[in-house]
Design a protein around this ligand. Sequence first.
Ligand SMILES: [Zn+2]
Length: 183
Amino acid sequence: MIEPGDGLVDAANLAGVPDEFQRLWTPHRMAYIQAGPDALNDDCPFCAAPGMSDEDALIVARGRTAYVLLNLFPYNSGHLLVCPYRHIPMYDDATPEEVAEIGALTQTGMRVLREVSRCHGFNLGMNQGQVAGAGIAGHLHQHIVPRWATDANFFPIIAKTKALPQLLGEVRSAVAGAWPAAS
Ligand SMILES: [Zn+2]
């Protein structure tokens, strides 16, 4: 029981607790863990993903200079990322061909998500640099976040009854299945 005047315990001194929370909330890392030690040795997941199967890497489409995968840390179901294959940090490092293909894949991603998930809107964007909120600052990625009027879940029944790695697999299949062949 904390009494007035007692010294408050600094949460930062409670060894181990933050780490336990970290483990509890990252079951979706299974998608990388299942890919085996080679993928784990690569410290850039966006460089490692194209070398894995679509299913393991949650890739929904592969272009010539860029590809599309599900975000392992989705803000919403169906949250896609469009990445160049090259490990470049900034949008202005991309070649004109990469810019064009990232743009085209983003448009296709919007159309596919609209069809598959009946979303009402999108947030599109790139966080450029760690100070701007980029989680993986070294490798450019464009977010496509589908939005609904109520932000109800895209697969509410699955979301309530399945672990997140399975949910992501179901979403990947739906998006990849609806992706047009020649885009
Ligand atoms: Zn990379």
